[in-house]
Write a protein that binds this ligand. Structure first.
Ligand code: DQA
Length: 151
């Protein structure tokens, strides 16, 4: 983790198929693209005085490596593991390396969909979860993260 006075670093990870947001099942995930979500996050980070990095991958191992690289440097992770939420012990194990807060985020309310989406491999190790607010949830998560980091 960085020293007290350097800007706090937040990593936002988007899992598989989230690069298709805007085109992908818009009735469930909305019409906002991932680029628009990331741009919104960057604007909000500026107003909050945070450094932000966004990362998307369709590959489990790449997400694991990104978390490993960030483990010692980032002050908070916001992660939507997408379909890996329901299956990835590898992503869970990587997140266990972190001392920083973890916000699990989903565009949809995963508890109100198919039964298999109710299982999250990271629910019990995340500090908090935001789900069901669509793309707006990301800015909500970032603001919540800023509060958590500063308190
Ligand atoms: C999702 C929900 C997951 O079940 C699904 O596989 C996704 C997106 C969401 O943001 O609502 O890809 O994580």
């Amino acid at each position: 983790m960085k020293s007290q006075d350097s800007p706090k670093q937040v990593l936002v990870i988007h899992g598989p198929n989230l690069n298709m947001l805007g085109k992908r099942q818009p009735a469930i995930y909305g019409t906002t693209s991932l680029d628009e979500i990331n741009a919104d996050l960057k604007r909000t980070a500026k107003t909050l005085g945070l450094m932000i990095e966004t990362f998307q991958s369709n590959h489990e191992g790449e997400i694991v490596e990104k978390i490993q690289q960030a483990a010692d440097t980032c002050n908070g992770i916001i992660i939507n593991p997408a379909a890996y939420t329901h299956s990835s012990i590898a992503i869970r194990d990587a997140l266990l390396l972190l001392k920083a807060p973890i916000i699990e985020i989903h565009l949809s309310n995963i508890d109100s969909r198919e039964a298999f989406r109710r299982t999250s491999m990271i629910a019990d190790i995340a500090t908090a979860r935001i789900a069901g607010f669509g793309p707006r949830g990301y800015v909500m998560a970032l603001k919540a993260m800023a509060e958590m980091i500063s308190s």
